[in-house]
Ligand binder design. Structure first.
Ligand code: DUC
Ligand code: ZN
Ligand code: ZN
Length: 469
């Protein structure tokens, strides 16, 4: 008689967004087939006695192999990026299919499928980035792509090659309302940044730390308020991405108190880094932490932690934007220590997102284990139309699981599986790491080695968002 299951995870302490309970998990054909105590044997068994098991992480904001102006080039493609994600407990990623000016959305989607197909090791979807919202894009392309499972898009209020004006933003939000898509808004005021940057550079203040000076919190607060006002006018929910500190948080709370449906995302860099990390000018190392918005100070870190605990934030994502440090296509464009406006923005974080939040959030008592699951897996799955297939542990869902080890180790880049040559968290203590990661029932990380396969990741045709604040 064949066994009932391909794999049984036995004696698990299962944690979902709402419950923690003891169970075995029986997996057949990549799906959770049965849960309960004393399940029959499987072809393979993992004993999870004494270990927490959570749903695989869903990273709702990461950049992989994204086309950006040369000489910069992202270090991670869909193979190295998803490999790294899997080794850190993430089993679903939603990177971006980024439109170029003058290009159709369809062409962008086809291009990013070419980049991902045969390389992604875990399941993935795409957000669209819309930089050229022509009448054709809004009336024809966007509705069709939403129907095909690209149910969210990011719009930018800054970056010269990406930003939309206010009218274009309103048109995009109106399209999101009409077709049920989710709008992700990068909220920073472009003109303020440009004016401050020019003044800093003309005064010779060009070191990496002036990146933070050029993007003070006011710049984020103003754009956050404006985006909220547009959402109110159009009467549609939006997600403010990568919220960095108090001033944006206050705007979001203000909006919610007025009954405006505003969702919010933050990232580990706003919990664990400060602008001091951009200020290490020796050998230009501050460039490693140049990202936008920039990390703030320790008081703002506390505001973000509180927002994670009290429900202000809906999701926690990595905003993985991988540029190597010692690299002409990375943080040293053309081999030089360039002025801060020319440093590619972004830091790596796909693999460290979950272990760092587990360590600093759950084990330090700042958030519950269930809230950890909600922020990093269940809510992104709901927000991006993947729930319940992803984001929870229940019969009939994909067997995407993380079996956690409590460890005590020092994080170094040599432990990680991305193609970036540094981690901004080098030397940090971590007390949790996946002992196993399972992607649709396959072991992709066994605590020592990556065991996944290029091309095993499936494209996820996503449904409409099923989450409101
Ligand atoms: N900021 C973004 O908006 N995207 C990628 C990285 C960054 O720093
Ligand atoms: Zn952004
Ligand atoms: Zn981003």
């Amino acid at each position: 008689m064949p066994n009932d299951f391909n794999l049984v995870v036995r004696n698990a302490r299962v944690a979902t967004a709402c419950d923690t309970f003891q169970s075995d998990i029986g997996i057949r054909d990549g799906v959770i087939a049965q849960m309960g105590l004393s399940l029959p044997r499987g072809d393979e068994e993992i004993d999870a006695a004494g270990r927490v098991v959570t749903p695989g992480g869903v990273d709702g904001h990461c950049h992989l192999d994204q086309v950006i102006p040369p000489p910069a080039k992202m270090a991670d493609d869909f193979l190295t990026g998803t490999r790294s994600a899997a080794c850190g407990g993430t089993t679903t990623v939603i990177p971006f299919a980024a439109q170029q000016k003058g290009e159709s959305l369809r062409a962008a989607v086809e291009e990013y499928h070419r980049r991902a197909d045969g390389r992604a090791t875990i399941d993935y979807g795409f957000h669209l980035i819309v930089v050229d919202p022509t009448p054709e894009v809004i009336a024809t392309e966007l509705p069709q792509l939403i129907k095909e499972g690209y149910t969210s898009f990011k719009i930018y209020m800054t970056y010269d090659d990406l930003k939309l004006n206010d009218r274009q933003m309103l048109e995009m939000l109106a399209a999101a309302r009409k077709h049920g898509a989710m709008s992700l808004v990068h909220a920073e005021n472009s003109e303020c940044i440009g004016w401050l940057t020019e003044s800093l550079v003309s005064n010779g203040l060009t070191a990496p730390r002036y990146h933070a000076t050029s993007r003070p919190m006011l710049v984020e607060r103003e754009a956050t308020h404006r985006a909220i006002s547009f959402a109110e006018l159009v009467d549609v929910p939006i997600l403010i991405v990568h919220v960095s500190g108090r001033e944006a948080v206050e705007q979001i709370q203000w909006a919610r108190n007025r009954g405006i449906n505003i969702l919010a995302e933050t990232c580990p860099q706003y919990l664990l880094l400060t602008s001091d990390d951009l200020g290490i000018d020796v050998d230009y190392h501050g460039a490693k932490c140049v990202c936008s918005p920039p990390p703030r100070d320790s008081e703002n870190q506390n505001v973000i932690w509180r927002g994670l605990a009290d429900g202000t934030f809906t999701i926690l994502s990595s905003d993985h934007a991988p540029f190597s440090f010692d690299d002409e296509q990375g943080k040293h464009p053309n081999g030089e220590q360039v002025a801060f406006p020319y440093i590619p923005n972004g830091i790596p974080g796909l693999e460290t997102r979950l272990p760092l939040l587990y360590t600093e959030g759950v084990l330090e008592g700042r958030i519950s284990l269930n809230r950890f699951v909600e922020l990093t897996s269940t809510n992104p799955a709901k927000l991006y139309g993947l729930h319940p297939r992803k984001g929870t542990i229940a019969i009939g869902t994909d067997a995407d699981l993380v079996i956690w080890d409590e460890v005590d180790t020092t994080l170094t880049n040599s432990m990680l599986h991305h193609a970036v040559d540094y981690t901004p968290y080098e030397g940090r203590r971590v007390r949790a790491w996946p002992a196993y990661t399972l992607s649709r029932g396959q072991i992709v990380w066994d605590g020592k080695e990556f065991r996944g396969k290029a091309g095993a990741g499936q494209f996820l045709r996503r449904g409409l968002p099923t989450l409101r604040c």
